[in-house]
Design a protein around this ligand. Structure first.
Ligand code: 13P
Length: 340
């Protein structure tokens, strides 16, 4: 069904000036985001919200792919076109989150492992039939006094590699997402140490499973100060440490690195990406795969009411545009003013 090679799809996803919209919030996550704004989470409100995002005029100038949640992969616009068709018509590549969320790790319950490996090979076949061309699996690493443990990093690295190998077997490009959470009062040096250790383990496991590096993408966190830390590193330090960590750990054969936003403000997530690209060239494309940093202003403006759709789409377009510019290192704060 999908005759386009893994390398070709990978290259299209990281094409210059564009990035990925992560719209793959699980049912509990979207419920949390909706509830904070007084929006009820039903199959229909979730469908309407995703329709608003995907039908925003002109986003294909800045968005190369969209990560969908399984429910959304099967949904349609009010006019009856499947979301996969709507995106494909715009030249946007549909992908899918294939993990089943996180659960506590035995003997260290504040640490997480990711569910979803059972039956994955069969589910991937079904996603190919439904039109998905790439996949995503998220692993979560928490920083604390005595964590992360080696065991937690090890099991997550291997699950990511196995997911990547299974995806490629099915003809799907894997997006490997080891997220070091920004929660905590640790300093930026600690985040750099943990990010670096985790990425080393991830690529060891990826090699062990013979994952084709040219046909995969990495979705890491940026190297940041802990959210509750009194000392917040400057954007310039974040960019320096993130680039240094990635250069030390990510093989040059990987075509692209797409950052998650992780709870940064939309503006800061854009600024960080912009500085990193302005310091290029790098061995890989440096891009974005944001959920909150692309959607937050639009979701707030929509607030569950169709009458706000136009304003919400405008705000979503502006965030996509600012990040599209950050791919070239040409974003400026002036662009935010134009967005207001
Ligand atoms: P955020 O950009 O909101 O961190 O989400 C990215 C994502 O896909 C998390 O899995």
């Amino acid at each position: 069904m999908n005759s386009i090679s893994l390398e070709a799809t990978t290259r299209m996803l990281v094409i210059s000036g564009k990035g990925i919209l992560a719209a793959d919030e699980s049912l509990p996550t979207i419920q949390k985001r909706f509830k904070a704004l007084g929006i009820e989470s039903t199959e229909e409100t979730r469908r309407a919200y995703r329709e608003l995002l995907f039908t925003t005029g002109g986003i294909e100038k800045f968005i190369s792919g969209v990560i969908l949640f399984e429910e959304t992969l099967r949904q349609k616009t009010a006019g009856g076109s499947s979301f996969v068709e709507v995106l494909t018509r715009k030249g946007i590549i549909p992908g899918i989150k294939v993990d089943k969320g996180t659960i506590g790790m035995p003997n260290s319950l504040q640490e997480k492992i990711t569910a979803g490996r059972d039956g994955l090979r069969e589910r991937l076949q079904e996603y190919v039939r439904l039109g998905a061309r790439f996949t995503k699996w998220r692993a979560v690493i928490t920083i604390g006094a005595a964590i992360p443990s080696r065991a937690c990093m090890y099991v997550n690295a291997h699950d990511l590699a196995l997911f990547a190998a299974l995806s490629q077997e099915a003809g799907l490009v894997p997006i490997v997402e080891p997220e070091i959470l920004m929660d905590g009062d640790h300093d930026i040096a600690r985040c750099e140490e943990v990010t670096s250790a985790m990425l080393e383990l991830v690529f060891d496991a990826i090699r062990a499973h013979h994952v084709m590096l040219d046909g995969m993408l990495l979705k890491p966190n940026m190297v940041l100060s802990g959210k509750q830390s009194a000392k917040q590193a400057s954007p310039s330090e974040v960019a320096d440490r993130t680039i240094r960590t990635l250069r030390r750990t990510v093989p040059a054969a990987v075509p692209g690195i797409l950052f998650l936003s992780g709870g940064q403000t939309p503006e800061l997530a854009t600024e960080h990406l912009n500085i990193m690209n302005a310091r290029g060239p790098h061995p890989w494309e440096l891009s974005f795969s944001y959920a909150r940093a692309l959607q937050d202003p639009a979701l707030k403006a929509w607030a569950g009411s169709a009458s706000n759709a136009r304003e919400a789409q405008y705000l979503f377009y502006q965030r996509a545009k600012c990040n599209g510019n950050a791919r070239f290192g040409t974003y400026s704060k002036q662009m935010e003013k134009m967005a207001a």
